[in-house]
Design a protein around this ligand. Sequence first.
Ligand SMILES: Cc1cc2nc3c(=O)[nH]c(=O)nc-3n(C[C@H](O)[C@H](O)[C@H](O)COP(=O)(O)O)c2cc1C
Length: 345
Amino acid sequence: MMESLLDRPYWVIDILPEQVPKENADLFFAVEKYYLRPPLLKEIRARLTDVLLKLNCYSGFQVCFPDGEAFIRNPAPEQLASWMMEEQKDLRVLLPGEDALITVNHDELYMTVYNPPEALLNRIRLLAAANGLFLRRPEDSGNERRTSMDALEAIITRRSTRNFRPDPVEQEKLDRILQAGRQAPSGGNNQTSHFFVIRNRDVLDRLVSMTEKAFAAMEITEDMYSSMKHAVTASKKGGYVFCYNAPLLIAVANRTGYGNNIADCACAIENMMVAANALDLGSCWINQLRWLNEDPEILAYLRGFGMKEDERVYGAVIIGYPATESGLPNRGLMAMKGNEVTWID
Ligand SMILES: Cc1cc2nc3c(=O)[nH]c(=O)nc-3n(C[C@H](O)[C@H](O)[C@H](O)COP(=O)(O)O)c2cc1C
């Protein structure tokens, strides 16, 4: 786990707010040398220690040394402080709950944070600021140049994104996502899913107004699914945007009389969401077009784009670049409150 985290995008908690330009390297080295003198270095390590100790109140730690000794789970604050300040050790601090890693080296004036989810970044930024330190992304920090993600990691860290940047998704990435959807399993290998990739803003806006109109005309019933209740209430109020202004939506249709129609669409959509995560894109399942898949106006509109008489939408997914500060999807692990497992050995 630790090795793969070292390939992930990283940030630094540093004494400087920005990368020093190359032409100022001499000035920087003189200042760095000054701060690396023992009493000053110890003072900076104390500030970094303060950030670490306070972070430990929110995230469990597994600490080890780079030479490969075993992990120590949540060492006592006195122990961690001693490694940091008295012994000035190189440390690897794994945050398993966040799938993040912090590294600190004895001859550096900063700590490096690999793969932090958005909430962790925000927390670190506050703690760093309180200690006169800065959280920043170094140039060439891997945030744009990551190669590929391990399949299991892409599955486990997929989380829904509901806030998007307007930037379009590159055709190359979209092709790979669609390939992942089309390669999904289907009952009897029927391959009857039909993918509608909607990037046209006018079409998306039209679907937004048609879904709002359809929901606004519905009455809330007691046994109504809570998300549907929300859609109806919000639509009656006005301004309901079911697809969160994502730059693109893929609606997946299938045959009405086919028993695996929903299951096949679900396999395709999950594959596409996992692929999107692997490509650093955010995604979210969108169900409104399924709930309204018999709405005559929406049905006629989609038929105008080639949906066949016996096809209906059974699911949809929105995809785009997350509107997070890092531009990366939130990848925090989900707390398990259900999804029971019964082992039968
Ligand atoms: C069948 C299905 C339908 C869903 N419908 C919607 C939806 O219409 N709108 C939405 O915002 N999220 C929708 N979601 C996303 C879930 O709310 C989300 O997956 C769940 O809260 C777990 O969070 P995570 O995806 O971040 O792990 C749907 C998910 C599934 C599997």
